[in-house]
Design a protein around this ligand. Structure first.
Ligand SMILES: Nc1ncnc2c1ncn2[C@@H]1O[C@H](COP(=O)(O)OP(=O)(O)O)[C@@H](O)[C@H]1O
Ligand SMILES: [Mg+2]
Length: 251
């Protein structure tokens, strides 16, 4: 579904990502792991076209994503969450999810401003869809809460709901379990399995080894911008290069 080929990104002489290749198969939960600073978030930013690569290519179902603006990448079925939740703090929970739905709207400023029936019907459909997404992540009863008032675990779920509202086929999650307690982490893992059962493919960055071992089908390991291992959780866990990369870091 996703092919990453020889992806490289330099920042003023620092190779944050150095010739990394891997793929993601349809219907799997694929993990991208590695110590702090390994280049994981940089890889997400390149895949979602938030930043341009120095060299290399990214393809979604064979379509090159390099050079497209991020909204075009989103329309092709790719959605993400961010390491630091990027919510509109003063908007309500459902309003945040509606923003994810925005790209499916076709009514312009004039038909909305005049409250034409077509615009009103579109808004009703968008709200219905946003409620479904909140239901999916277990936040349906918080739809009128202000986003900033949610605990961290629910902020992350809200970000996932907003990403789901775009109707993705591939969902990228950047450290979704960071800062969550054990119960919240378990809920998140269950949600990821449920989303895969719904037909989604997931690529998840994680730090937290036990979580990765539980949820992922295959794991790519980065260290200092380079891929050092790629395999099943048990293959990767027993790989000497991976063990020494993690032992050599604070993780
Ligand atoms: N915009 C940037 N400018 C300069 N250096 C950056 C930038 N983004 C990331 N880096 C550097 O690239 C390396 C990889 O960062 P990152 O991809 O965030 O790592 P990870 O997500 O694996 O912790 C780090 O050394 C980081 O400081
Ligand atoms: Mg990161």
């Amino acid at each position: 579904m996703l092919t990453v080929e020889s992806l490289t990104k330099s920042f003023a002489g620092l190779r944050a990502l150095d010739g990394v290749s891997f793929d993601v198969r349809e219907g799997e939960i694929r993990a991208l792991i590695g110590p702090n600073g390994a280049g994981k978030t940089t890889a997400f930013n390149l895949i979602t076209a938030v930043t341009a690569p120095t060299s290399g290519t990214v393809r979604l179902r064979g379509v090159p994503l390099t050079g497209l603006p991020p909204y075009r990448v989103a329309r092709l079925g790719l959605a993400r969450t961010f390491q630091q939740a990027q919510l509109y703090r003063t908007l309500t929970v459902i309003e945040n999810v509606l923003l994810g739905r925005h790209m499916h709207g076709s009514s312009g400023a004039i038909s909305c401003g005049l409250a034409l029936p077509s615009a009103a019907a579109e808004e009703r459909r968008a709200i219905e869809k946003a409620r479904e997404c909140l239901d999916r992540v277990g936040l349906r009863n918080k739809d009128e809460h202000v986003a900033s008032a949610l605990p961290l675990g629910e902020k992350r779920l809200l970000e996932i709901a907003r990403a789901l509202a775009t109707g993705p086929s591939l969902l990228l999650l950047d450290e979704p379990a960071a800062g969550l307690n054990d119960r919240e982490t378990e809920t998140l893992g269950d949600l990821m399995f449920a989303l895969r059962d719904d037909g989604l493919t997931l690529l998840v960055i994680e730090h937290h080894m036990r979580f990765v071992m539980r949820v992922s089908d295959r794991v790519v390991v980065l260290n200092f911008g380079q891929k050092i291992a790629d395999g099943t959780p048990s293959e990767v866990r027993n790989d000497p290069a991976v063990i020494s990369a993690y032992l050599g870091s604070e993780d």
